[in-house]
Design a protein around this ligand. Structure first.
Ligand code: ADP
Ligand code: ZN
Ligand code: ZN
Length: 675
């Protein structure tokens, strides 16, 4: 008599623990393989997370799985441990994390052509891009020290590589990678970047430096087939380097030897929907599980990482100098629009600075973090405003296509010629977005070659790259755009950078907005003075007396971060406490608030059972932007002294919430960024 064998399979169903199935006679499933299983009336692909001879249920009632997908080798233990951790930490089912983050090819039920498709994914149809291998520069002392610290480290080692833009961080990454690959020919490397479309230069550098290696990428710009191909190439160790956005943190990488997280402070590492994970935090966890070094690089590290540097948990490696000797630190000028006369929103000193740069044939960048023509359209006669019919916000006037567009829900309509309320024919744009700014600049300097870069001009594939190439080729005199322009570009002839409208960020009530404003300003100012041109940053602001500008003038992240952390510690704010947010949305705000009120009661009861009674359950409140896409949203904040106690609380609370019968849609976010 043969012994019965059982498996536990993690499937992508909210909150569900792995399900038990019987193994059909003669089959040999392995933990980490996928199989097709019946779930209710459906069939799903799940991940085998346990194989055993025991089953906690009546064996005669346990169904067999339908099909073992053994043509792909099992994922490794580190991957399973990481997804399990993520599920527990972010309050989801293991299968939700494990399956939802596989490329769709591995998640979907096999089609008739499955095996053939699999073979095709394996064919290395790599287009041989003619990459000219480059010669690495000789590192300066600081860079060498940084490389040595990482490559000589044994086991788990979290490093923060801190240096201003242009200080040579990327060069340090590349040298560490080369060293890791030369010491272990089988080594694999995970290189995370915030937004791949904005970092073509970086990708190019990696490809040129590792021309003899297989480099693959994973990001949302790839087709499903391309994603599956990259995933499989890492999984089967045919590729050594994976460059990808946050989704790449879920790749299975059997010989993972090094993780690099570039621009580790960037908000795009945080997933905004689904499992709201932080790819940076999960990357650190992976490095811990795999017992390898991880390098978190940034000119303005996240306040969380900096707190860990201060507490000695992370080791900081600092690059103080700009790598290219001719590069200079920019000087900062603050211009107050209440004092200095403005013309179409530009102070006269700003106009003069642009003029000077243009006359010297230098390039100018003008930043405005607001796309569209004008943030709102108004009727001067009756006061009508262009509100979005579905959101508690305005729809933005886009002149180029003559439409009003809501940037929150996507609603759009042709702009009306008459006021819908009073019939007045003179509707007026209020304030300026990048389109209007572009118009103003071309009126002021009709001869100048002006290029705008924002999400509206870069929707087509490669359009961002083409635009950036034009700037590099010197075909552009004034570059105007959103923060998109600041990301990782190495423009050579920029001498003058103008920053407009930081004030909305500086005035914001969100405690995170100071960090973001500082990171943006530092990044923006890093665009100037790369090739020895004396560099000038002009910030048009009413808040010139804020300490943030002293730190900026000195280009001192430490000064900013140390002050901020001191303040946060005194206030008992993040990162010195841990938070979670329960968010609810429903057609009417009262429904959302009612549900949260109930959730708060449940939370209070659980909090009372915990030692020290250290969990704080706040009152439910409507969100700042209450209505989006006809859903009215409210939130409930939970605060705990540590991640551990927060997790103990959340586990019980989440289970209680799943029991609540409600039509209200809700989601829990751990470590929220917007509270
Ligand atoms: P970051 O990533 O900090 O912005 P990069 O690594 O891109 O800095 O370096 C900025 C510029 O300096 C790049 O053009 C790079 O090739 C160059 N560079 C970096 N390190 C050196 C070095 N040791 N010697 C010469 N040039 C260097
Ligand atoms: Zn009107
Ligand atoms: Zn809307």
């Amino acid at each position: 008599m043969s012994l019965d064998l059982f498996v536990k399979v993690a499937v992508d169903v909210p909150g569900l623990a792995p399900l038990s199935y019987k193994v059909p006679n003669g089959e040999e499933p392995v933990v980490g393989m996928r199989c097709v299983v019946p779930v209710g009336r459906r069939e799903m692909v799940g991940m085998i997370v346990e194989v055993s001879q025991h089953c906690e249920y009546d064996p005669s009632k346990v169904k067999p799985y339908r099909q073992l997908l053994s043509e792909v080798s099992p994922v490794n233990d580190e991957w399973l441990a990481m997804t399990r951790f993520a599920a527990e930490y972010y309050q989801h089912g293991w299968g939700e994390v494990a399956m939802a983050n596989l490329p769709s090819f591995f998640r979907a039920k096999p089609r008739p052509q499955y095996l053939k498709s699999l073979e095709r994914l394996r064919e290395s149809k790599r287009v041989k891009v003619s990459v000219k291998p480059d010669t690495p520069p000789v590192l300066n002392d600081e860079q060498q020290e940084a490389v040595k610290a990482v490559v000589d480290h044994k086991g788990f080692g979290p490093f923060v590589l801190h240096g201003v833009t242009g200080s040579g961080k990327t060069e340090v990454y590349l040298h560490i990678m080369a060293e890791v690959l030369s010491r272990n020919p089988n080594a694999q490397i995970l290189f995370l970047v915030p937004e791949i479309n904005l970092t073509p230069q970086l990708q190019g550098r990696i490809l040129r430096r590792f021309a003899d290696r297989v480099v693959v990428s994973l990001h949302s710009g790839l087709s499903a087939g391309e994603r599956a191909r990259s995933w499989l190439a890492m999984h089967e160790c045919r590729a050594q380097i994976l460059v990808g956005t946050r989704m790449a943190v879920f790749a299975n990488i059997p010989h993972l030897d090094l993780i690099i997280v570039d621009e580790e402070h960037d908000l795009s590492y945080k997933a905004g929907d689904g499992i709201r994970y932080s790819a940076r935090d999960l990357a650190v966890k992976r490095a811990h599980l795999a017992k390898i070094p991880i390098v978190l690089g940034s000119a303005t590290p996240s306040i969380e990482s900096w707190a860990k540097v201060q507490s000695g948990t992370y080791r900081v490696l600092t690059l103080r100098e700009r790598a290219i000797k001719t590069a200079v630190m920019p000087t900062l000028e603050l211009v107050d629009p209440r004092v200095d006369k403005t013309h179409k929103g530009l102070c006269s000193r700003v106009i003069k600075a642009v003029e000077q740069a243009l006359s010297r044939k230098e390039q100018v960048i003008v930043f405005l973090n607001r796309r569209g023509y004008a943030p709102v359209l108004t009727c001067p006669s009756c006061g009508w405003l262009s509100t979005c019919p579905h959101c508690s916000t305005y729809s933005v006037y886009h002149k180029s296509n003559g439409r009003l567009i809501c940037h929150h829900c996507g609603w759009s309509a042709p702009v009306m010629h008459h006021c819908p309320d009073c019939g007045n024919a003179d509707l007026a744009p209020v304030g300026a977005g990048t389109q209007r700014l572009e118009e103003t600049l071309s009126q002021l300097w009709p001869e100048a070659r002006i290029l705008r870069i924002d999400r509206d001009t870069t929707q087509r594939k490669d359009s961002a790259q083409k635009a950036f190439d034009a700037v590099h080729a010197g075909e552009v005199d004034i570059l105007v755009g959103t923060q998109m322009v600041a990301k990782g570009h190495d423009f050579q002839r920029v001498s003058t950078v103008i920053v407009l409208n930081v004030d909305s960020q500086l005035a914001s009530a969100n405690p995170r907005s100071q960090e973001r404003a500082f990171a943006n300003l530092m990044q923006v100012s890093g665009r100037a003075g790369r090739a020895g041109l004396s560099a000038k940053i002009l910030v048009q602001t009413r808040f010139g007396d804020r300490p943030i500008f002293d730190a900026l003038a000195r280009q001192s992240y430490e000064m900013f971060a140390d002050a901020l952390l001191k303040e946060r510690r005194n206030e008992g704010a993040v990162p010195f406490v841990s938070q979670a947010l329960l968010m609810a949305d429903a057609p009417h705000i009262n429904q959302s608030l009612e549900f949260l009120q109930h959730a708060a009661h449940l939370g209070e009861r659980i909090a009372e059972t915990m030692p020290e009674r250290e969990i704080v359950v706040f009152d439910p409140i409507p969100m700042a932007l209450m209505r989006v896409a006809d859903k009215e949203r409210a939130q409930l904040l939970i605060e705990a002294p540590s991640k551990a106690s927060l997790n103990v609380f959340l586990r019980q609370w989440y289970r209680a919430l799943l029991e609540v019968k409600t039509n209200v849609h809700w989601v829990v976010e751990v470590d929220p960024m917007d509270v």
